[in-house]
Design a protein around this ligand. Structure first.
Ligand code: PGA
Length: 236
């Protein structure tokens, strides 16, 4: 049985008051069994220390991004050295907003994933197709192209969690039906079995993301290859 993981991606939202009050009033009151579910929140980098100062041990913290660089003359960047020095054990890579709005290529995402793994971090590696790609019937190819790029750089998938987030479902209120999500999750698991290992296919967690909320989570989680969620808007 794979352990569930629920991630909260705050994106570029929040202020100091929220970073203090939300962990105290909401996250610290969540009732879950930490041996069965990992809960990981990704505030903005600026708000992480504040969240860390308030939140209890059962909720972990992630960065939303990391740099391709190490420490040095790289204005505006965040190295894994600094991230891990802050006690942060998780990061997102390849969120569709990074890919589509900030030009991250499959190779960039793969390299960031490798850098984070090499730093001993767990990675929530996001993949997913655009609306026109789903409509064009190339969802499987797109996901496999994104996965293959990561596979080229990363042999050990034991600290990778895949977040399948169809781009047409992110922030739109359009959720993939449980059947559509399950079909794609099963394809991803099959890809893992063929391209990484049988063990990875059995153990790598595949999260669904895209307009997940209390209205649809209970139905989605029934599906055998959905190992919980990466949540944006509703996590706030
Ligand atoms: P959403 O975002 O839940 O607001 O659709 C998900 C995400 O971007 O990770």
């Amino acid at each position: 049985m794979r352990k569930y993981l629920v991630g909260g991606n705050w994106k570029c939202n929040g202020n100091m008051a929220f970073a203090k009050s939300f962990p105290a009033e909401v996250l610290n009151n969540l009732k879950f069994n930490p041996s069965k579910v990992d809960v990981v929140v990704a505030p903005t980098a600026l708000h992480i220390p504040t969240v860390q100062g308030v939140v209890g041990n059962n909720v972990q913290v992630a960065t939303q991004n990391l740099s391709l660089t190490g420490d040095g003359a790289y204005t505006g960047e965040l190295s894994t050295h600094m991230i891990t020095d802050m006690g942060i054990k998780w990061t997102l890579t390849g969120h569709s907003e990074r890919r589509t709005l900030f030009g991250e290529s499959d190779a960039d995402v793969a390299k960031k994933t490798k850098i984070a793994l090499d730093a001993g971090m767990g990675v929530l590696a996001c993949i997913g197709e655009l609306k026109e790609e789903r409509e064009g019937g190339i969802t499987k190819q797109v996901n496999e192209r994104q996965l293959n790029a990561i596979r080229e750089q990363c042999d050990d998938w034991s600290n990778i969690v895949i977040a399948y987030e169809p781009v047409w479902a992110i922030g739109t209120g359009l959720t993939a039906t449980p059947e559509i999500a399950q079909e794609t999750h099963a394809e991803i698991r099959e890809w893992l079995g063929k391209n990484v290992s049988k063990e990875a296919a059995a153990s790598v967690r595949i999260l669904y993301g895209g307009s997940v909320s209390d209205a649809n989570a209970a139905d989605l989680i029934q599906k055998e290859d959905i190992d919980a969620f990466l949540v944006g808007g509703a996590s706030l």
